[in-house]
Ligand binder design. Sequence first.
Ligand SMILES: [Zn+2]
Length: 166
Amino acid sequence: MGVSLQCYIGPYLSCPNPLVDTKIEHRACPSKECENFGNRYRVTSDQKFCPKCGTEVRDDVEVTERWPRTDTDDLREEIKERLCRFNWNTPDKETRDFWVPNIDGDKISDRNLWLDLDMEGAWPITDTASEILAFQDVFAPEIKKFKETYAPETITVHWGILTAYW
Ligand SMILES: [Zn+2]
C-alpha cells in the first residue's frame, strides 16, 4: 500500500469557513419521539416507513446540522474552477479553506507551483513577494467574488507550502 503526497509551493488564498448551525431538509423519519428522527442514514431509499417506529418517511424533515458557513461547491462553479480548494478532505473541526491555482501558473511564477516529488533537487525561491502580487493580479476577479461570498475582512493572500497526503 502506498501513500500519495501532494505539495504546492506558492501563493494561496486563505478563507475562514467556520461551521455554523444550518437548517437543512432530509428524507427521514419525521417522528420527534423516534430515535431515527431526522437521520437520513436510518432509512434506505426504498423504505416508505421508518423501520423503528413505522411512521411514514418524509422528504422534508428539517434538522439542524453543523455545516461550513460558505458553500464552496457553488463558489467553485461561479469562478469556473480557475482556483481549486486544496483541502477537500479536512476533518470537521477544520474551519479554513485554502484555494490554489487550478490553471497554468505561468503568469505567477516561472517555476512549477506544484512540486514534482519524483524529482530530487533543490529549487531556490527568491521572490515570494512578486509571486503574491502576480497571484492577486491573475485572480483579481475571483478574489473579489470570494470577498463577496466569505466574510470580506477575513480573506487573505499568503505565500507558503501546502501538503496533503492520503
Ligand atoms: Zn421513526
